[in-house]
Ligand binder design. Sequence first.
Ligand SMILES: C[S@@+](CC[C@H](N)C(=O)[O-])C[C@H]1O[C@@H](n2cnc3c(N)ncnc32)[C@H](O)[C@@H]1O
Length: 446
Amino acid sequence: MVSSRHNTSLSKKRNLLFLQKDPTRDIAFDVLRACLNHRYPLTDSLLRAVNNHQADPRDRAAAHRLAATTLRYFGTLRTVIEPFLHKEPPESVQIALIMGCTQLLYLDTPPHAAVNTIVSLLHRYHFSPFAGLANAVLRKIATAGRSLLKNLDQPRLNIPPWLWRSWSMIGTDVPRAIATTLCHEAPLDITLRPNLLNTILLDTMLESGGMLLPNGSLRFSADTVVTQLPNYAEGAFWVQDVAASLPASLLSVQKGENVTDLCAAPGGKTAQLALTGANVTAIENNPARIAQLQDTIKRLQIAVNLIQADATTWNPDVLQDAILIDAPCSATGIARRHPDVLWTKRQSDITTLTLTQDRLIAAAKNMIRPGGRMIYTVCSLQKEEGPDRAKAAESMGFIPDPFTREELVFLPDALTPEGWLRTHPGLWQERGGMDGFFAARFIRKN
Ligand SMILES: C[S@@+](CC[C@H](N)C(=O)[O-])C[C@H]1O[C@@H](n2cnc3c(N)ncnc32)[C@H](O)[C@@H]1O
């Protein structure tokens, strides 16, 4: 009798323990289910989950790390777990198991914590019938440890086959080079206001751990808190991957020119254009992203004519000297910053995106003066969104204006035989790589 009462109170205590909140794991679980089951972007899902759980910044950072690491190694983790499952549990349970595996194999979480947190999570989310399975599987994985990763071709497993195949078209070694860099968090790159590049601020930045890249960008380690870098609030610089800084600079904008940035938010390229002294108009159709663009303009104190409009139908009052189209795209070139892209995008998304990309190119033609310049760019590694769209621009009457060796002297490997720019995370690998961008320049016929 005494012993049975004792047991009941023990099990009550255990149940209470299971129901205790664990915001880090709960947010990561919500985010991963949103990405993997519903193909929602990681950034949006994280924002929603953090609000739902009223999490503090520390939980948010830890949840982001857990979710992003899981997505980076998702292919490998799936392979590791498979032999331990005789029957496939529901998808959400598999995601919880994979999260546990991430903690054990990549995040150095102590084994008991890695196992217990997942068992508790399954109870909290009403998957109690699978708690025993999770306990058994994760204990076995904890015992075997990293030896389970031996003999696995992790880079290959971490990239979905359709993406691997498509990246081979850039070069046979390219998918592996990209996959290798995707395993690491991307560094933090910033662009300094041009007049500050040769001043005392540059020395301060270098003293703060920055590395000067050959194009003038500064690179910091991935864990750098950007707001804590010198003169952030004063607008001395903005966050921009080195590859992202190239298209706008290759438009060679001059002071006094009329220039339009057709897809502008959050505004890194708008800032580059505005700081040349050109009259810059920035078009953006997404209200939430307009707010980000306004923040950029305010912090950097740059003069920009900001217009909320659909760039496929908008028309300027005067024909423009130059147009930048940084088109919405699949974003496969920035997967190392947004690893969800690997698992949320499908080939069919690319086809849909190319329709918008073509509409933007066609619309730009009516905005440029004869002889004016246009750069089309995307942060995608997909042929359909890059080279195929450059050919589409030609068929719409734009004349190609190839980039030259001199313009890309610091990055000759990014210049294609056609005179296009093609960067990918495998370039400057020894310095930490770069995002994948495609860019092509054109002149409007007279
Ligand atoms: C690749 S992002 C631009 C990044 C930006 N150029 C930068 O460097 O910070 C593409 C942007 O285009 C916007 N966009 C998409 N379709 C648009 C349209 N039809 N008209 C205007 N903006 C559009 C998206 O909301 C998104 O903010």
